[in-house]
Design a protein around this ligand. Structure first.
Ligand code: 6GU
Length: 223
């Protein structure tokens, strides 16, 4: 899967190229291609933003450099995700859906926003990563890339994805490793018992318990 990021801060994306994502890039399961919007600025001052019509604070990114940056990709049929706090809130189901795309274009805004005509013309999805405001779309785009990339075929073993939080609409059950006792806290006996059926039952109970305590909204969604 190829991620194409339209951004005024391409160097920010070095931050996501570590660990699992770096391995997926090295193995050519994914690629991250940044396109610097400023390279498509319309005047010699390389200006990309301008004052909002109608007045108000802040600057707006002009439509032409974004449009030209998008056209340079020559992917007219690919989904274009605009990262914005006004978007639909990102979740695991949407990550799963996006992981099936071959090319995904991510558009990062900055300042007070981008010209609405770009949204109307090229954007297919508006996504927010939560109900708070960031200074720009780059961190949000990296969140989306990380969550989507790990779901791309052959990036992570399917077994590893099977029991994680949200995979069955529940938070994950608690995990333990050695030692069997730490600061007086013992590993639950059942996990040492070797009774796989009983362990599975215990884990499901713990997942339900944790979800009902920390995220009751997830249980209500399931009804
Ligand atoms: Cl996608 N962008 C910005 N600027 N702020 C956000 C966001 C996105 N999602 C949550 N807050």
């Amino acid at each position: 899967m190829n991620f194409h990021v339209l951004t005024l801060f391409p160097e920010a994306f070095d931050g996501v190229k570590h660990s699992m994502i770096k391995r997926a890039m090295d193995d050519e399961k994914i690629s991250i291609n940044t396109v610097y919007i400023r390279d498509f600025a319309i005047n010699s001052r390389r200006q990309t933003d301008d004052y909002p019509y109608g007045g108000g604070a802040g600057m707006i990114i002009r439509p032409e450099p974004i449009y030209d940056a998008w056209q340079s990709l020559n992917l007219p049929k690919s989904r274009v995700v605009y990262l914005t706090p006004s978007g639909k809130v990102f979740n695991q189901a949407l990550a799963q859906e996006l992981s099936q795309e071959t090319d995904l274009i991510l558009l990062c805004g900055h300042y007070e926003g981008i010209d609405q005509r770009i949204i109307d013309e090229i954007v297919t999805d508006e996504i927010s990563i939560g109900d708070y405001v960031l200074t720009g779309g780059e961190l949000a785009a990296m969140v989306v890339i990380d969550a989507v990339a790990r779901l791309v075929q052959d990036v992570i073993k399917p077994e590893s994805l099977a029991h994680e939080s949200f995979s069955d609409g529940l938070l994950e059950y608690p995990q333990y490793t050695r030692p069997t006792e730490f600061l007086g806290r013992k590993v639950p006996e059942i996990l040492l018992s070797g009774h796989h059926g009983e362990i599975a039952k215990w884990r499901h109970e713990k997942a339900l318990e944790s979800t009902s305590r920390k995220r009751p909204d997830l249980l209500r969604e399931k009804l």
